[in-house]
Design a protein around this ligand. Sequence first.
Ligand SMILES: Nc1ncnc2c1ncn2[C@@H]1O[C@H](COP(=O)(O)OP(=O)(O)O)[C@@H](O)[C@H]1O
Ligand SMILES: [Mg+2]
Length: 255
Amino acid sequence: MAALLQASGLQVSYGPVIAVDGLDVEVSAGSVVGLIGPNGAGKTSAIDALSGYHPASSGSIHFDGEEITRMRPHRRARRGLARTFQSVELFDDLTVEENLQVAADHLGIGRALRDLFLPIGERSREDVDWALRLCGLEDDAERMPTELSAGRRKLVGVARALAQRPRLVMMDEPAAGLDTDESAELGERLRGLPAAGVSVFLVDHDMSLVLGVCERIYVLDFGRLIAAGTPGEIRNSDAVIAAYLGGEEVGADVG
Ligand SMILES: Nc1ncnc2c1ncn2[C@@H]1O[C@H](COP(=O)(O)OP(=O)(O)O)[C@@H](O)[C@H]1O
Ligand SMILES: [Mg+2]
């Protein structure tokens, strides 16, 4: 089966700086795939290119068999490719629910197929409720973002991407700033997404989260792939141990 998302030879540069150099990645439908690497490895640059926020300087990107390499970000989003950002920018003067509503109104894709006759507000209402439920945020729907912990705010960022009813969501460091319990809860939520029809591309440097949640993991270092494989293979990769952890045992804290 063809991959849902596929990048080949992806290169991302900022003037003379090559941030991503020849990245090949695949995310198949129904899977949770990870991308890890130390700070500055090129993870955010990769997501920016995959989502269209920064142009790829070479290589190609396909989503569901269609080439999207030069497609504008909102058109990729409409096709079902959503992303979150490293720093969650929520509208602080809107409730949690309203934050999701804004995203759903703009970009929901599934709903047009589900029911052409429902008014747009009601259609996006369903998507918002669905996203709140998936993230366990029902009880926070009426709260203001500023009333929430850092962990819950992160979840709102995830829920906002889900309210677009994407087929694939790419997440940039969703666990940054979370405590161990919050990170574990986030992991549980992410594991449940494929069953709800959403594939996940998870970028993080929280090894226990990525090793615990992803079935396949890519490792970037200085813009180049140094390893790809299952969590077990990544834990035992000499290249990863040497380059990523400077000799520490990879995922030593993972059960
Ligand atoms: N806007 C930019 N202009 C110039 N260099 C950048 C820019 N954004 C990122 N870089 C550089 O690209 C490399 C990869 O950065 P980034 O993709 O943010 O890595 P990561 O997300 O893995 O920490 C780094 O060397 C960084 O300094
Ligand atoms: Mg980053």
